[in-house]
Ligand binder design. Structure first.
Ligand code: SF4
Ligand code: SF4
Length: 378
């Protein structure tokens, strides 16, 4: 085991390989508050990558309802139980990561192989609320809500300390030095499924037809061309923004991902206590009680929600939130000028522009010139 620094848990930890940070790291931010659970992301991924034989059950992108949903079933609660939940001492994780727990038994990764049946219910728990029934005529007027659920869209996190890489005995899983995308070499893989057992997010999936494991490839042909992946581009709710994340000490406030994760700190990793330093970040839902969110996204959720709720009076943050889902090209820089949010690609060309305040026009109910009545006047 090597001693490496994991900034998400704010301490050094044990990992089977030395830290090898890529030239650039693929990353994205998902705003949970805007996800409507339409599954367009799941379907655009499926029709692009997993429409073949042996892939019938695969959703490299899935969207589950929390707290009850999970694909595969109970992927997170089973592992949290094994590593003992998650104790934090302020911003520092005080419990064991999956690598540290495994080292106690001379293994490389603590994990489990889901039962075949557990992959059969991608919609289990969909829209099921926590906290009792909705009474007739009930109005909820305060935050957080006493009864709640939320949608959690998930893809491979292209982790900085990938458990799939650590677990593979054939070294078939690798992290690309040029962009941090994690891939499985299909010509080396022998279908041992150690990556499936080792990944805490259960994102590698086994293809029984080819006897190989497969996973999200971050739409690398699109990413290499400076474009958003399929799931990011086609998101109906404009929930997602993709780009490159810098280490915290090199954060660039003009880079949209750095701004959200490192500067404003409103986007947080999913289960940082697993220890893989995942690179998909989530803006937590404002209506969900803090203890649930803290065990899922770490200790920064209260401050994140406060900053997010203050966005209407924060021109820069509001501008960037407006740019989510606004273009096919990757936006590597942004600025807000004269109340217009502007996104730029890596060449410095403008790829998106949007007013931070939508113009609001109220028209007459009766249009004299056309002699018609309008039902919709705003
Ligand atoms: S989410 Fe899982 S499959 Fe993806 S890089 Fe991390 S450990 Fe590997
Ligand atoms: S397409 Fe967007 S809004 Fe629809 S489920 Fe996926 S992440 Fe949510």
């Amino acid at each position: 085991m090597e001693d490496v620094f994991n900034w998400q848990i704010n301490r050094n930890m044990q990992y089977p390989y030395p830290a090898a940070m890529p030239e650039k790291q693929f990353a994205a931010v998902f705003d949970i508050n805007k996800c409507i659970g339409c599954q367009t992301c799941s379907i655009t991924c499926k029709t692009t990558w997993t429409a073949g034989r042996g892939q019938e059950y695969m959703f490299w992108n899935n969207v589950e309802s929390k707290p009850y949903g999970g694909y595969p079933l109970y992927w997170d609660s089973q592992l949290l139980e094994k590593i003992g939940g998650g104790k934090w001492n302020n911003n520092t994780y005080a419990g064991k990561t999956i690598f540290e727990k495994a080292a106690e038994e001379n293994k490389s990764v603590e994990g489990f192989l889901p039962a075949l049946e557990d992959w059969s219910y991608p919609n289990m728990g969909e829209d099921e609320i926590y906290g009792g029934n909705v009474a007739q005529g009930m109005h909820i007027e305060s935050l957080p809500h006493p009864i709640w659920f939320f949608y959690l869209p998930r893809i491979c996190n292209h982790c900085s300390y990938p458990a799939c890489v650590a677990a593979c005995p054939r070294k078939s899983v690798y992290k690309r030095p040029e962009d941090g995308i994690v891939l499985i070499d299909q010509s080396r893989c022998q279908g041992y499924r150690q990556c499936v057992a080792g990944c805490p997010y259960k994102k590698p999936m086994y293809n029984a037809t080819t006897n190989r494991s497969e996973k999200c490839v971050a739409c690398y042909p699109k990413t290499e061309a400076g474009l958003h992946t399929q799931c990011m581009e086609h998101c109906i709710g404009k929930v997602r923004i993709q780009g490159w994340i810098s280490p915290p000490d090199k954060a660039d406030p003009n880079n949209p991902i750095d701004y959200l994760v490192h500067v404003k700190k409103i986007a947080h990793p999913l289960y940082p206590q697993f220890g893989t330093q995942p690179n998909i970040y989530y803006i937590p839902p404002i209506h969900v009680p803090s203890p649930y969110l803290t065990q899922m996204f770490g200790t920064g959720v209260d401050a994140a929600i406060k900053a997010y709720k203050a966005a209407p009076s924060d021109t820069t943050l509001k501008g960037l939130l407006v740019l989510f889902g606004s273009c096919a090209e990757l936006m590597t820089k942004f600025e807000v000028k004269n109340d217009i949010a502007i996104g730029y690609n890596s060449k410095g060309d403008i790829v998106a522009q949007a007013p931070i305040q939508e113009p609001h026009v109220i028209r007459d109910h009766y249009d004299k010139a056309r002699d018609v009545y309008r039902l919709d006047v705003t």
